[in-house]
Design a binder for this molecule. Structure first.
Ligand code: MRU
Length: 369
């Protein structure tokens, strides 16, 4: 997608093969900054401090982190240490573990001398595969939007999304936003309700920015407003992303997603979850087993933004000493999910629905696009 008219991805490698570069998402939307990742520690820090975030992008950044580690020392001990360190940075998005498992499977059998080159090559493949999976998610989600558009000719399809499951959370296209971008490109009128997504405000700072850059009509709303617009018939469907889907179809996503699914259910608004197969955790039977990241209470107690003079500042929004908790994700039960939009098509959030799209999993094989 474009930033200020320039095509960009969220992570790339300099033309001579080093370093890896990312967009620093903590600076958006007020500044577009790129940061160079030169070591595995740089990649781990970028994931932990959320310079990069979003399940698919976390996975690909970790893959490049392994490549950077192999560039420094391709030995077995360093491969193990890099994977252990990167895996510990964020617990909920299964794409992180998935990407690291992929890297280990490719690198461990190779002679040390071949590992760095192979690692960069495989990390690039994971990035390219993610772009293609997200493009296909968009094709399948577009059909859903087209069906709704046909029932309200000349009027925009109103889509509510939560957090940022856009191209900034992936490599390109996004998951939840890919159908929206493709509908917009196809000339279908769409309008997006963007949940601000406290406490880190990924909706306000990232999704609204993305949609603005792409010229897609959108309106930023508080996290508490979605139910109100659903009651008034002003939301045609919800599309959100996910950090991990359990084998039974339960989906973990940014905190607050569950409340939107409850409101959608009460108002008979279709609620879709968009995901690449790298986000399915076939080893996890149900969503209540998904580890939920607990982040610093400081994110709840303070808010960061741009002052009138252009300076970025963080201000306290509660009395000093106020206790706060900050679970970063919640789990939406499968029964509240109308469908899962994957790179292989749309299916029900059930074990059978998932297995119908990924039949190789019936015998324990690998899920591939
Ligand atoms: O904490 P974040 O910003 O990494 O959370 C991101 C989300 O919850 C996204 O919705 C999810 O990763 C899906 S990304 C396509």
């Amino acid at each position: 997608m474009n930033i200020n008219g320039k095509p960009m991805r969220t992570i790339w490698v300099k033309p001579d093969g080093f370093p890896v570069e990312i967009i620093d998402q903590t600076a958006l939307p007020h500044a577009v900054k790129t940061v160079a990742l030169k070591t595995c520690d740089d990649a781990a820090y970028a994931i932990q401090a959320m310079l990069v975030r979003g399940a698919p992008l976390i996975g690909v950044t970790a893959a490049y982190g392994v490549a950077l580690a192999m560039r420094d020392d391709p030995g077995d001990a360093n491969l193990d240490a890099a994977i252990t360190d990167l895996a510990a940075q964020r617990p909920t998005a299964v794409n992180l573990r998935w990407a690291l498992d992929e890297m280990r499977a490719v690198l461990a059998p190779l002679p040390e001398a071949d590992r760095a080159r192979a690692a960069f090559k495989h990390a690039a493949k994971l990035a390219t595969d993610d772009v293609e999976m997200c493009r296909k998610i968009g094709v399948h989600g577009l059909a859903l939007i087209r069906d709704i558009a046909a029932k309200k000719p000349g009027k925009p399809v109103n889509i509510l999304t939560h957090c940022n499951a856009g191209w900034l959370a992936c490599i390109d296209w996004g998951t939840a936003t890919s159908p929206i971008y493709q509908a917009h490109a196809a000339g279908i009128p769409v309008h997006v309700w963007v949940d601000e997504t406290r406490p880190r405000n990924q909706g306000a700072s990232l999704t609204a920015f993305e949609l603005q850059q792409a010229g897609v009509p959108h309106t930023l709303i508080t996290d508490n407003a979605g139910g109100h617009y659903m009651q008034r018939g002003e939301v045609d469907l919800c599309i959100v992303g996910t950090d991990r889907v359990a084998a039974n179809g339960d989906a973990a996503n940014k905190i607050g997603t569950y409340l939107k699914a409850l409101a959608a259910h009460d108002n008979k608004v279709p609620f879709y979850v968009a995901l690449p197969s790298s986000t399915i955790d076939w080893s996890m039977a149900k969503g209540s087993d998904i580890p939920i990241e607990e982040r610093s209470p400081d994110e709840v107690l303070n808010i960061t933004g741009r002052l009138a003079d252009g300076k970025i500042a963080s201000v306290a929004i509660a009395a000093a000493g106020t206790p706060a908790r900050n679970p970063a994700f919640d789990v939406t039960p499968a029964r509240l999910i109308t469908g899962l939009i994957t790179e292989r098509g749309v299916t029900t959030a059930t074990p059978e629905g998932l297995l119908s799209l990924y039949p190789e999993r019936r015998s324990g094989g690998l899920a591939v696009a």
